[in-house]
Design a protein around this ligand. Sequence first.
Ligand code: MN
Length: 137
Amino acid sequence: MQIMAKPATQKAGSDIFSGDAWIDVIARGEEPSRVRVSVVRFAPGARNAWHAHAVGQTVHVTQGIGRIQARGGEVIEIRAGDTVHTPPGEWHWHGAAPDHFMTHLAIWEAPAEGPESEWGDHVADVEYLAPTSERSR
Ligand code: MN
């Protein structure tokens, strides 16, 4: 086994995030593993831009209240304990609620070839602030 040195926390780049978010890389598998795990801490109002993951992604909320939306779907409120899977190639974004911090684990895999994720436009306020849908828990 190997106890891993903790990499420095990275500020999420304004090219693909709006607002303030910080990323801690937890796992970056060496071949044959292609697993990727990060903890992402979003300040209130922060979110990532529209994007899609080549091999899909699982998001698990560990603290706070956030929002997530798939292209063409409603904005959904997510809370600590919630787990959301986005399938390969599905465009979506995720972030904090406007007035709450949110921390999630992001778990994905790199594809055998090509980029891990594709990035698009920032999420406009009018999209981000849309009413969140109620859902059963
Ligand atoms: Mn994602």
